[in-house]
Design a protein around this ligand. Structure first.
Ligand code: GDP
Ligand code: MG
Length: 191
């Protein structure tokens, strides 16, 4: 199934000079860049991206609670309270300096990009993933520093999220139909 997904290289990835490193990981597995630009987002655009969606905020809070629970730490705030606080952090973070926005296309692109990126906390991310290779940040370090986990990348989690987020960052004209030279091989059909 050919899909499109939104990837943002967040301010820490751009500021640390990791843009080329990161993009090459998506390119080299055969995925195709169909949109790309540098954006210095204001808080309005950042808030459109990290929309005040209750279900998403609860899912963010849930992941945090699970990560703390694994370490035997109990968190008192509700999932929604945690998620809402993280959203405020995120809006400031992704509007603090320019980011790179990409639309990436290919077979199962949404799940495949998430696999290359790794789990939310770099502390939990395996070496070989972008978050595991380029950061050691964790829920504990980020929360105690009153900022979001600096994990280099945003990548859409599912089709609905991808469609909505691509529309936040890109117009139709900024997304291009083109063919990679290796596509005939990558999508080859046997006789
Ligand atoms: P992702 O899809 O893996 O990026 O993770 P989420 O959608 O759950 O969260 C969005 C972003 O919020 C993450 O990439 C982190 O930068 C940040 N974040 C998520 N959960 C927490 C948390 O519990 N604490 C802090 N400080 N930041 C978080
Ligand atoms: Mg997410």
């Amino acid at each position: 199934m050919i899909e499109r997904t939104l990837v943002l290289i967040k301010p820490d990835g751009v500021q640390r000079g990791l843009v080329g490193e990161i993009i090459s990981r998506f390119e080299r597995c055969g995925l195709k860049i169909v949109g790309m630009k540098m954006v210095f987002a204001d808080e309005k655009l950042a808030g459109d991206h990290y929309a005040a969606d209750e279900a998403w905020m609860i899912s963010v809070g849930k992941k945090q609670k699970e990560s703390y629970a694994k370490k035997g730490i109990e968190v008192k705030e509700t999932e929604l309270e945690l998620g809402s606080k993280v959203r405020d952090y995120l809006i400031k973070y992704i509007s603090m300096s320019p980011i790179i926005a990409l639309v990436i296309e290919g077979h199962n692109a949404i799940a495949h990009v998430r696999k290359i990126v790794g789990p939310t906390s770099p502390h939990d991310a395996q070496p070989g993933t972008i978050r595991g290779d380029f950061s050691f940040d964790s829920y504990q370090l980020a929360d105690s520093s009153k900022r979001p986990i600096q994990n280099l990348i945003h990548a859409s989690e599912n089709r609905k999220e991808a469609e909505r987020e691509i529309n936040v960052w890109f117009t139709d004209k900024e997304i291009h139909d083109w063919k990679r030279i290796d596509e005939d091989l990558l999508y080859r059909k046997g006789k």
